[in-house]
Design a protein around this ligand. Structure first.
Ligand code: AMP
Length: 398
């Protein structure tokens, strides 16, 4: 179902209430990664350029019980946005009520106003109707461009749409839906999926959904060890989920039945004394096959890197989600960065499915070479699982 976008409506002279995802990491008042603000710029430029009065709402962090904790104020984000977009950004100390209403009333066409954190109200995450109506009162039309929270039915992502006549998506959500949706539903083939991370249980629904679409699935990270157990192998002290072995076995059987190539690591880096907090591994070595007692797998090994590199190089579409090992520790980050490089250098549509993989690809210095990096972690996974996202479903269809 195609959703209406900001290109389908006219905003000149209108109060455009825009939900953005400005949930950026802030330490001591400083923003350490402004990607989410940058990702909203195309939509904001279009709306202000067309003479809309742009009213921005977002959450930041998780203020406990909806309290007004200044640690979670969006004020520094407003300043950062003003610099990035090159024009003043007004700030309202509250997201509803007299403060917000007065600030909106003073706006001129093309102005931008940022409202204070919507999660200063518990009613936001409760999707409280009266609160949603107060938010809706501020705008004439609603634009959702917060992909990262589109999987949550909150007042500013879903409730608000019930009180406004026009509800569309911005360019960021449009692009997310195009890459994570259309380009994986009708991919140029071969379509190679690389999945890593900690747990099979977190990603089994994604694996199941992607088994319907992919030509090959390459598994890395601790997830691989549950699959190895399912094949009757030994994994020593590796992070694995013995109670999910049946689930892993069914995925292997489904892959075989569907003719989807399902690759597991052929070798691993193992260590005998992992201290995650201290960033040390103790003794390390590479093994093929079983992992001995007293040792744990922390990364894919060189043969696996080569194997996965070849698969990626031959792909026409690649989707990657989840690190290949404990990439937070340098010694066990090689697999993840080798995959990042392979994906970036492949001559194909490359889609990075959010979270740690996006961090890794940026850190590898190859971020500019991939076709698309998702801004959603949980939202990307839920969308790839085939779940409807409440913040998208609530919008007007074409
Ligand atoms: P996820 O959130 O499921 O994508 O998992 C990401 C986490 O998985 C990262 O913090 C990695 O350190 C962790 N991880 C990846 N490989 C391993 C491994 N072999 N052993 C333990 N943790 C791992």
């Amino acid at each position: 179902m195609a959703i209406k976008t900001i290109d389908d409506i006219s905003v000149s002279g209108k109060k455009v209430l825009v939900r953005v995802d400005f949930n950026v990491p802030i330490k001591g008042g400083k923003i350490s990664d402004d990607s989410r603000i940058v990702a909203a710029l195309p939509t904001l430029r279009k709306l202000t350029g067309d003479g809309g009065r742009v009213i921005l709402m977002s959450h930041l962090g998780r203020p406990k019980g909806g309290e007004r904790n200044p640690e979670f104020s969006l004020a520094p984000v407003g300043e950062a946005l003003a610099k990035l977009i090159g024009k003043p950004v007004g700030f309202a100390k509250d997201c509803i009520g007299p403060d917000a209403e007065a600030a909106v009333a003073a706006m001129k066409d093309g102005d931008i106003l940022l409202l204070e954190n919507v999660r200063y109200y518990k009613e936001e995450t409760d999707n409280d109707a009266a609160f949603a109506q107060k938010l809706a009162k501020l705008g004439d039309v609603y634009v959702n461009d917060a992909f990262g929270t589109a999987h949550r039915a909150h007042a500013s992502t879903e409730g608000v749409t019930r009180f406004l006549p026009t509800n569309v998506c911005g360019y960021l959500i449009e692009k997310e839906l195009a890459y994570l949706g259309d380009k994986t539903a009708n991919p140029d083939r071969p379509f190679v999926v690389i999945l890593g991370g900690a747990k099979v249980s977190d990603k089994i629904t994604v694996i199941d959904a992607l088994l319907e679409k992919a030509d090959a699935i390459l598994i890395g990270g601790a997830m691989a060890y549950t699959f190895r157990l399912a094949q009757g192998g030994k994994v020593g002290n590796s992070l694995a989920e013995p109670d999910k072995v049946d689930v892993a076995r069914s995925a292997l059987e489904k892959a075989a039945a569907k003719g989807v190539k399902f690759l597991l690591p052929v070798d691993n880096m193992i260590c005998d004394a992992l201290d995650f907090g201290g960033g040390t591994l103790g003794n390390t070595r590479f093994v093929s096959g079983d992992i001995p007692d007293g040792w744990e797998g922390v990364d894919i090994g060189p043969e696996t890197i080569e194997l996965y590199r070849k698969e990626v190089a031959g792909a026409k579409t690649v989707l990657w989600n989840g690190p290949m090992g404990i990439f937070e520790i340098k010694e066990s980050s090689k697999g993840t960065f080798a995959v990042a490089e392979a994906v970036a250098n492949a001559d194909c549509t490359s889609i990075i499915g959010g979270g740690d993989s996006v961090k890794a690809i940026k850190k590898s210095g190859h971020g500019d070479k991939v076709s698309f990096m998702s801004t959603g972690g949980g939202a990307s996974l839920e969308f790839l699982e085939g779940k409807a996202l409440p913040g998208v479903v609530a919008l007007d269809s074409k």
